[in-house]
Design a protein around this ligand. Structure first.
Ligand SMILES: [Fe+2]
Length: 199
């Protein structure tokens, strides 16, 4: 079972009340980017992509946390029977399938760390996982922007890590993949991306 767009909207709305923050607007832009790009990919469903984008950071409902938001989101979605959304709550942070490539802090128990480590290593990603990974890097809380601008925004907030450049390269590979499918620059599908990138 997968969440409808309405259920995902309701979930984000509720979560924004328990932990308001810039992450809510970021999630909305991620969802819109997912939808706009999916609309141009015949093998993807735009509604599903939108709902998955809305929910990718839903674990932040539980309060301010680092990598704990990944497993909190996984559990939130899994409890509702949303298996794909649950996977994406974790997979969006691991475009490289190795827990060591994280840029956050594992503010989780030893058991949860082990669970996440195994989950990341054994998950089979599909194009929805890849789409959310890409769109997470295209959306500031204030709108769409150039990937490279978001890369720097994240590096300033989280610092530079041993795998930072490999993560960037992976996202650029995913961008190329979606540009092949859509037949256009992804930025042409993201209204305001140019203006936002230069402000
Ligand atoms: Fe995000």
């Amino acid at each position: 079972m997968e969440p409808t767009c309405e259920a995902a909207e309701r979930a984000l709305e509720e979560a924004s009340k328990s932990n308001p923050g810039a992450w809510v607007d970021h999630s909305r832009y991620v969802a819109r980017a997912c939808r706009n790009i999916a609309l141009r990919c015949p093998h993807l469903d735009a509604g599903r992509a939108y709902a998955l984008g809305l929910l990718h950071d839903i674990g932040r409902y539980a309060g301010i946390s680092s990598e704990r938001h990944l497993i909190d989101g996984y559990r939130y979605c899994a409890e509702r029977g949303w298996a794909q959304a649950a996977q994406i709550c974790i997979s969006h942070a691991f475009m490289i399938q190795d827990i060591e490539t994280s840029i956050g802090v594992f503010d989780v128990s030893a058991e949860d760390y082990q669970f996440m480590k195994n989950f990341v290593a054994s998950a089979v990603y599909d194009d929805y996982d890849r789409l959310v990974q890409l769109c997470d890097a295209l959306a500031l809380p204030t709108g769409f922007c150039l990937l490279e601008k978001r890369f720097v925004d994240v590096a300033i907030r989280y610092g530079v890590h041993p795998f930072t450049v490999d993560r960037w390269k992976k996202i650029l590979e995913i961008k190329a993949l979606f540009e092949r499918w859509t037949g256009t620059s992804i930025y042409s599908l993201l209204p305001g991306a140019v203006e936002n990138s230069f402000c």
